[in-house]
Design a protein around this ligand. Structure first.
Ligand code: FMN
Ligand code: ATP
Length: 142
């Protein structure tokens, strides 16, 4: 079984998330998703939804075989446990492919790092960003 890992915050699901996970699932036979802990989401506003709620919703998506909450301190602990063949970064994720490849090599993990493609909006009002969904809620309800 070729194991693939995808990861992200996944706060308030939208079709961009689904596209990423479908893309990642197509790169192997079993898709594991690591959901970022709120305390580790420091590069943008923290998620609105609780850690466990985000894991439950991601687990329910069709391309996903297993979703789990990430490690609090060391992002490579779940990777060592899953032992994937491929790690798929999101099209806009800030992680550096080379830095991850080097860290994997240092830990003796034999795994390829790839990037998923982006999904563009297919109709006028489609929102493919959690941040933009929150902005629209604030605009319309506050
Ligand atoms: C290979 C890899 C493993 C990760 N593992 C964890 C983890 O164990 N715990 C965690 O809180 N975040 C982990 N992260 C970070 C987040 O999943 C996520 O990449 C980061 O917060 C960016 O999220 P965004 O794409 O939703 O903005 C990992 C990221 C990568 C690239
Ligand atoms: N439109 C999209 N097309 C493809 N992948 C996407 C799209 N939107 C999000 N993703 C991917 O889903 C994963 C999780 O994304 P994240 O939880 O940061 O959502 P987001 O909507 O991009 O959030 P924000 O709007 O707050 O930046 C990331 O790997 C990201 O690249």
């Amino acid at each position: 079984m070729t194991r693939v890992v995808a990861q992200g915050t996944f706060d308030i699901l939208h079709p961009g998330h689904l596209h990423y996970l479908e893309d990642a699932a197509a790169m192997g036979e079993r898709l594991h998703v690591i959901v970022a802990r709120s305390e580790n989401v420091t590069h943008k506003e923290p998620p609105v939804l609780a850690d466990r709620q985000r894991v439950e919703m991601v687990s329910a998506l069709d391309p996903v075989d297993e979703a789990q909450l990430g490690h609090p301190e060391d992002i490579f602990v779940p990777i060592e446990e899953i032992d994937p063949d491929v790690i798929v970064l999101g099209h806009d994720q800030h992680h550096d492919e080379e830095a991850i490849t080097d860290a994997l090599a240092t830990r003796g993990i034999d795994c390829e790092v790839r990037r998923a493609s982006a999904r563009e909006p297919r109709y006028d009002s489609e929102l493919l960003s959690t941040g933009r969904i929150i902005d629209r809620i604030v605009d319309r309800r506050c």
